[in-house]
Design a protein around this ligand. Sequence first.
Ligand code: ATP
Ligand code: MG
Length: 560
Amino acid sequence: MENENINTSNFIDDFIKEDISQNGKYYGKTVHTRFPPEPNGYLHIGHAKAICIDFSTAEKFKGICNLRMDDTNPTKEDVEYVDSIKEDIKWLGFDWEDRFYYASDYFDKMYEFACGLIKKGLAYVCELTPEQVRENRGDLNTPAKSPYRDRPIEESLDLFNRMKNGEFSDGKMTLRAKIDLNSGNFNMRDPVIYRINRSHHHRTGDKWCIYPMYDYAHPIEDALEGITHSLCTLEFEDHRPLYEWVINNIDCEAKPRQIEFARLGINNTVMSKRKLRQLVEGGYVNGWDDPRMPTLCGLRRRGYTPSSIRNFCERIGVSKVISTVDYSFLEHCLREDLNMNAKRAMAVLNPIKLIITNYPEGKTEKFEIENNPNDESAGKREITFSRELYIEESDFMEEPIKGYFRLYPGNEVRLKTTYVVKCTGFKKDDNGKVVEVYAEYDPQTRGGTTPDGRKVKGTIHWVDANNCVDSEIRVYDNLFTVPDPESGDKDFIEYINPKSLEVLKGCKLEKSLKHAKKGESFQFMRLGYFCIDSRDSRQDSLVFNRAVSLKDGFKKTNKK
Ligand code: ATP
Ligand code: MG
């Protein structure tokens, strides 16, 4: 799965190199690609793979890449989606400059080309209903049939014009390409290229009541934009002969070449927009940008960085073989990035008071602590230490289990950066729950080292109870309980993980986190990487999301 040789070329690059070489069909031409989303949902991590391939391939060859809304299907498109798509691509770090297009802008051209095909005897108006077309498809041994195939050109031209003018009801007629009723490739058995559909279009309004089919429209969009290489996913491989047929038979000079690559699948999630929409509309998640969603806006809100996603896409590579990538690899790429770049901070998720009984009341000491041990330029910050601190509930045990090196009566532990303390006792409430832990500090151990060299095995994080801020913290787990929720016996909704979101309230954070900025990530010592929730966090009621745990994370340590 991991392809470390990101600088070596892939099969797409090889095709392009051939095409722009001296004997190639694009010799001397600028490599021109496009990313063509259908604006009917938010982009997901699968789209990120396509975006990276489209934009980076162009970049590699000093070419250009267009952004095109593939809005030929009038029923389910929305301006909200167009805006979010642009935002997400920019966020990833790619730029289409002034090359932003709508496929619907080419409707007139597409109509004109269709008339051209009819005139050449390469298309005809067929009056079979969609069911009849299906019934007459034939099989490998039987050709398809249409009684309208040999209709005179003039008649087809007239009918097609009247289809456009709204003289016939939806579904009454279609325009079909006249290719090969015998073809072993069923996509070539006189495919429908126009249908009547009285739907309002988000840009062209009610101007059109006929709409082109994807397989006809897409090659024309590419050709009109002068695309040289039309990169798409593998399910279009069987459609390539039709793509080429359209390109070769319309009156347009450009001859784009379609090259297919494998779709990205990631386990423990779903990736089709239809299913993602179902999750949103069914209220199973809190919107398209819910941090558990594989959408780019969801990943962004979760704390993913653009470079972690780009790096992930580069490393999974480009291939012709459909493969599912482990979610943990995506997390790995994020961890790698944040480990180098995120500031460190201390936070206590499940707080319990630790009282240093021999530390003077009212006294406060300041300590300097580095912001990022991997990046000196990140500088240092000041933290305070006083008599009352918060530590994790799980860092104290009344009766320690084997191998437990943290606080228990009689044991010594190091409080990160400050002192070694020895546990002297604890207090329980009426229910028997430990509510306070007592300890004495050793003033000789300032900075955490013991003057006599005695061993202190555990180091724990803490925050100063007199200098901290409350926060809600949201901890996420896989959205689905099984690796492939789409292939089980049940509907994928049944596999939603009921524990995918855990909300912790009353967490205690270092005061400096009050000024955390949106989009800034932190490593909370021993806990993982966290960021401000861009939607719900306010300076007076902070909300943090856990982007990803540390490799040997809090949960694991807890189970020791
Ligand atoms: P979905 O099935 O999620 O609705 P789609 O293919 O219908 O996806 P489009 O908006 O048409 O969505 O996709 C735009 C581009 O992104 C296409 O070129 C498509 O091939 C590519 N793409 C979509 N999903 C993936 C994926 N999982 N991996 C790689 N590329 C993808
Ligand atoms: Mg699509």
